[in-house]
Design a binder for this molecule. Structure first.
Ligand code: PLP
Length: 404
């Protein structure tokens, strides 16, 4: 059964058991704050124009409206030398992850961070790249799992990582909330260059970075020859329901034969997509205007403060270790069985145990870390997307808990 189904099953049972209790949902990473009006009014204007003879537009360019592609190249990639023709507008990062997988096909080898966003492994399973699942280790036979640990900033040990054709890398990472540093990303780019790998760099949470960590893989010298970047308006602007994102495929990225990858991606987009909604694209353009960016900043700041509140609440639990929160709206938590002290594996709670305990005792829904790969077991992910009242209530309930 899918993780989301398992969580909603437990949620339903809990509601049956405690019908009068208010459940706080910090599980699924969906945005909760409204979209600033400067952005929704641009979308409304575009929608109304469709009712006029002069304003009506049908199909647009499959790669996206040039104005939006130019705006992304000049604002998000200012000074990074990304050409607007290298930017492909999408209906979201998740959709482009699957389109890229279609481009790669079933005959490639794939590495993923462990833990990481499940779409990379799931799409590899669908394409037939992954191999059978070992129920004991929770690993697919043909996937390379790049284990991240708190003591190495969740950055994998590349010296022990076998070479693969494709490397999915997400920074800031979902679920750990941790962003890779410049030197770590330089190691990753050098590793890909040495092995002839393509990095699919997912920066869906880049706008939440609050320190000097790179926001784009293209800040790293040499990345254009080895990386594709997948990005999204979902978390940046609350477009999870509007649906808009983009992918950058640099002209410099070539197959071993010398032929450019961008030509094949263009073919995938024109064959399997047909372009993002023109209403959503009008919204995207408004997000990137000076006023739009300003309006979005305070919204993001609210989520960041939420993450700080949750981080502090978990840290106050006896022995809990909580990570992330600073560069992405997720907090990644481990609570040992024996209270304070070290966490040898025998004294660790499994992610499901922790999930159940927090649900039972504080009526808060989280996500067990195992849903993000075998390396996530023993942890839960807590989302900071939520209304402030709920976050404060969750924090108060957590602080009232005295974990045995
Ligand atoms: N990439 C990561 C790392 C995510 O966490 C998510 C959504 O949670 C997505 C991509 C999906 O983004 P989109 O809504 O643009 O499809």
């Amino acid at each position: 059964m899918m993780l989301t189904n398992l969580i909603s099953k437990r949620e339903t049972e809990h509601k049956r058991k405690y019908p009068d209790v208010e459940l706080i949902r910090l599980g699924i990473g969906d945005t909760t704050e409204p979209i600033p009006e400067i952005i929704t009014s641009a979308m409304a204007e575009q929608a109304l124009a469709l009712s006029t003879t002069e304003g009506y537009r049908g199909y647009g360019p499959e790669q996206g409206n040039q104005e939006l592609r130019e705006a992304i190249a000049s604002t998000v990639y200012k000074d990074l030398g990304v050409e607007w023709e290298e930017v492909f507008i999408s209906d979201g990062a998740q959709c482009d992850i699957s389109r890229l997988q279609m481009l790669f096909g079933s005959g490639v080898t794939v590495a993923v961070q462990d833990p990481s966003f499940p779409a990379y492994v799931d799409s590899s399973v669908i394409l037939g790249q992954a191999g059978g699942l070992d129920e004991h280790t929770c690993r697919h036979a043909n996937m390379v799992y790049m284990r991240g640990l708190p003591e190495n900033n969740y950055f994998p040990d590349l010296a022990k990582t076998p070479a693969t054709d494709i490397i999915f890398f997400c920074s800031p990472n979902n679920p750990t909330g941790i962003a890779a540093s410049r030197s770590e990303l330089q190691q990753l780019v050098d590793f890909a260059r040495k092995n002839g790998s393509i990095i699919v760099y997912d920066c869906a949470y880049a706008s939440f970075i609050s320190d000097e960590s790179p926001r784009s893989i293209f800040e790293i010298p040499g990345a254009k020859e080895v990386a594709i970047e997948v990005a999204s308006f979902s978390k940046f602007a609350g477009f999870t329901g509007v649906r808009l994102g983009w992918t950058v495929v640099p002209n410099e990225l070539r197959y071993a034969t010398g032929s450019p990858v961008i030509m094949d991606f263009n073919r995938i987009v024109t064959t399997c997509f047909n372009g993002a909604s023109n209403i959503a694209q009008a919204g995207g353009l408004a997000c990137l205007s000076k006023e739009g960016q300003e309006a979005l900043r305070s919204r993001r700041e609210r989520y960041r403060e939420n993450a700080e509140i949750l981080l502090e609440a978990f840290k106050s639990l006896g022995g809990a270790r909580a990570y992330g929160g600073k560069n992405a709206p997720y907090v990644w938590v481990e609570v040992p069985r024996e209270g304070r002290g070290s966490t040898p594996s025998s004294s660790r709670r499994s992610g499901w145990e922790l999930f159940d305990e927090i649900l039972e005792r504080s009526h808060i829904v989280t996500v067990p870390g195992i849903g993000f790969g075998p390396g996530g077991d023993g942890y839960i992910r807590v989302s900071a997307f939520g209304h402030r009242g709920h976050i404060l209530e969750a924090s108060a309930r957590l602080k009232a808990l005295l974990m045995p």
